[in-house]
Design a protein around this ligand. Structure first.
Ligand code: FEO
Length: 395
């Protein structure tokens, strides 16, 4: 079923209330999601993006109920990732000669995934445009590395809609379609989680791209991303938020992340939390066992933090695999301008704190010298150092 977006523009995507994860199991979905495809019916009929392949037949059936698909003048593929291109093979079987407008890299990613099928690609660059009739046109803006090399946004003049693809999206199912209809708390929670876990590694590129887009002096009346709610009410609110988030964002928060074997490292984690509150009651403290907590949610808390403390006991001359895997993800997200401390228990050799400090430094954190390294069960004598560790994290 189509839903009207504005004038002759409709949403024709898929709202997935049952989805539980994304990118395999690397991104948790807690409030559903959607893959947004858009249909423009001016003098030209244009389809902007498709949806993920499991829903391709339903997508094409819906499309065929709404229009004669042979009347589609061209398709815009803003991004080749399969959640947006997945229905192309089935659709192109029905309309094989339809032009596909996309970046040169999108040709590579689409042909890489679906083979060289002789599809009629029209490669576009930033500033290229195509008339769609009724005095309106589509202007293309390359969004390289936001978040793939092939990503692109498309701006529709007249209605002033920015089809931004993944940028400004959220994994959040909003049947009512628009940001002003969504639960604001969840909308921002999901937008921030999406930014942290998908876009933060490319934050410096994003800052430059937002400046470039601002330089085009486009009047943006609506931002229609490829996931989640369409920003209809005050659409620039999310652009401004992205500008803020992209510049080494932090709040007055410290996040403690650990795993534990016999509760010793857990005990240190909670001592650090209590001491942060004692020294700075206004600082928000979050404590997570990374083996149990949702890693995307923990990363979103790290994103908001000015400092973190990471703990693991020593096991087999190393750290727990749960913490090691978590640290690998932490490194991928390329956080900037954040301090870090390490802590952990040990029985014999006790390498965990040194390894944690090395990994945190390698992940781009400013590691402080102070640490808590406690043999056997942590005792009051071990906690003496917590005071100084916290002082330095808060400094
Ligand atoms: Fe929503 Fe990068 O795909």
């Amino acid at each position: 079923m189509r839903k009207q977006v504005k004038n002759n523009v409709s949403w024709i995507g898929y709202t997935d209330w049952e989805l539980e994860s994304f990118h395999g199991d690397d991104y948790s979905i807690e409030n559903g999601s959607s893959q947004n495809s858009y249909l423009i019916e001016e003098e030209k009929t244009v389809l902007i993006d498709t949806i993920w392949s499991p829903h391709r037949f339903e997508f094409i059936e819906n499309l065929e109920k709404e229009i004669d698909i042979n009347k589609i003048d061209f398709i815009v593929a803003n991004h080749g990732e399969c959640d947006h291109s997945g229905s192309l093979p089935a659709l192109m079987e029905k309309i094989p000669d339809t032009p596909i407008y996309c970046t040169a890299n999108a040709v590579k990613s689409i042909e890489g995934q679906y083979g060289k099928n002789g599809w009629n690609f029209h490669v576009v660059k930033t500033g290229d445009s195509v008339e769609i009739g009724n005095g309106k046109k589509l202007i293309f803006v390359e969004m390289r590395m936001l978040h793939w090399p092939d990503s692109m946004a498309t701006f529709m003049t007249g209605d002033n809609i920015l089809f931004s693809n993944d940028a400004f999206g959220q994994h959040y199912a909003v049947e009512e379609l628009f940001n002003d209809k969504a639960n604001q708390c969840l909308l921002y929670k999901e937008a921030e989680k999406y930014f942290t876990n998908i876009l933060n590694p490319f934050a410096p590129i994003l800052t430059k791209k937002l400046e470039e887009i601002a330089g085009f002096n486009l009047t943006i009346e609506m931002i229609a991303p490829s996931h989640g709610a369409i920003w209809r009410e005050n659409p620039l609110q999310i652009v401004n938020k992205y500008a803020e988030w992209a510049k080494a964002y932090q709040e007055n928060q410290i996040t403690i992340a650990y795993d534990t074997m016999w509760e010793g490292t857990a005990k240190i984690a909670h001592e650090i939390a209590k001491e942060i509150h004692r020294q700075s009651p206004e600082t928000v403290v979050k404590v997570f066992n990374v083996a149990k907590a949702d890693k995307n949610d923990v990363m979103t808390e790290v994103f908001k933090s000015k400092a973190i403390a990471v703990g693991s006991p020593t096991v087999s001359n190393s750290i727990l695999s749960s913490v090691a895997g978590w640290l690998e993800f932490l490194k991928q997200l390329k956080f900037k301008n954040k301090k870090a401390a390490a802590f952990g228990c040990y029985g014999w050799s006790g390498e965990s704190v040194r390894i944690l400090q090395e990994r945190l430094k390698d992940a781009g954190f400013e590691t402080i010298e102070e640490n808590i390294r406690s043999q056997w069960n942590p005792e009051e004598s071990d906690f003496v150092a917590v005071d100084n560790l916290v002082k330095n994290l808060l400094k």
